[in-house]
Design a protein around this ligand. Structure first.
Ligand code: NAP
Length: 336
């Protein structure tokens, strides 16, 4: 079968479309014919070898995918799954790690997946929509609802709001009834953020971020939760944004992180954390129940995943280059 591959870490030039053996589903597994897969912010990091994780090479990118059951492993039929069923894949495989990180990713024609990682797709959800969901939307759902616990009428600052996780954070916060201040890297992306529902869209590279956010949300004051500042910051950017965000968070506000796109060991300012009694909250991954809820929301027309482009996997270099150049708004989808 065909698969996108890289044999060593580096830039997009390391990616190529190669031939690999079609996997054989073991007992308790299904062979999935991949119909759509999606890149995530971690794919360039895996390709570049910058995360500190040891990636088994050659590796195929893409953690997210949806497709059809092409075959079931031996002694698997009794469990209730049928050949031809449309499924989304939960990318974290027990004992084998994440697709595209430790296990071969989904930018290929087929994958063998344990049945426990399959999620049935409602009939009116497309493969492209389903492939957009697991890592980015699943993580955003858990971060907004379970970890940040965003409430109606709260003000939420979403950094990197134009990416996969970020665009979903904007959509979910608006769905809850919160006010959203989002950052985007270009005029066009900020227009798209407003169209997505963001109440304010600010430049992400601005050194004036603190002043601009305070102009909108007010200036935080000691021991006064009503004085000003944002209630919640969603910050998986890190780097120079980290300490800046402490200055716009209200008294007893929450800053939540699930990543560190621009640097994981940034300078901080502990004075703000104690004197404004701020909470720094970590959030990692998604829940299986969350993935089912996301599919149901899409089926009900309550959520429409933001899809930047749909391309054949033969054009993965182009899709990866765009992601690295910050030219993507939402999710980049590839089809075998
Ligand atoms: N822990 C978990 O379970 C989990 C799950 C999913 C994702 N994550 C992490 O969450 C982060 C976002 O993931 P994603 O898939 O949404 O990524 P993405 O689609 O690439 O989006 C990231 C956004 O951040 C901005 N950005 C990119 N590079 C940047 C840089 N060097 N400095 C500042 N801003 C930059 C870009 O927006 P602008 O150019 O418009 O500013 C981009 O749209 C990543 O760090 C990822 O590893 C963690």
């Amino acid at each position: 079968m065909k698969a996108a591959l890289y044999d060593r870490h580096g830039g997009v030039e390391e990616l190529y479309l190669g031939e690999v053996p079609t996997p054989e589903p073991a007992s308790g597994e299904a062979l999935i014919r991949i119909r759509a897969c999606a890149l995530n912010g971690f794919d360039p990091m895996m390709l570049g070898g910058t995360t500190g994780l040891r990636v088994p090479l050659p590796m195929t990118p893409c953690g997210d995918a949806a497709g059809e059951i092409a075959a079931l492993g031996p002694e698997t039929e009794a469990v209730g799954w049928e050949v031809g069923e449309r499924v989304m894949i939960d990318p974290l495989l027990e004992g084998r790690g994440m697709l595209g990180e430790k296990a071969p990713g989904a930018a290929s024609e087929y994958l063998s997946i344990p049945l426990g990682n399959l999620v049935r797709m409602p009939a009116n959800v497309s493969f492209e929509q389903a492939a957009a969901l697991p890592v980015a939307y699943g993580t955003a759902l858990r971060m907004i609802e379970d970890r940040a616990r965003v409430e109606p009428d709260e003000t939420v600052l979403v950094l990197g709001a134009t990416g996969g996780v970020g665009s979903c954070c904007v959509q979910l916060c608006k769905r809850i009834g919160a006010r959203v201040i989002a950052t985007g890297g270009s005029t066009r992306k900020r227009e798209l953020l407003r169209a997505l529902g963001a109440d304010h869209a600010l430049p992400s590279r601005s050194v004036e971020l603190v002043r601009q956010v305070r102009e909108i949300a007010g200036r935080p004051r000691y021991h006064d939760p009503d004085a000003g500042g944002v209630d919640v910051v969603i910050n998986y950017i890190g780097g120079s944004t980290w300490a800046a965000c402490l200055k716009v968070l209200r008294y007893q506000g929450r800053m939540v992180t699930c990543g560190a796109t621009a640097g994981y060991d940034p300078p901080t300012d502990i004075r703000y954390i104690w004197s404004f009694e701020q909470s720094i909250i970590g959030s990692d991954g998604w829940s299986g129940e969350g993935l089912i809820r996301l599919l149901d929301m899409v089926a009900a027309g309550e959520l429409d995943p933001v899809i930047h482009a749909v391309r054949p996997i033969g054009r993965i270099r182009e899709a990866m280059r765009e992601l690295m150049a910050r030219e993507v708004f939402g999710k980049s989808i590839l089809t075998p």
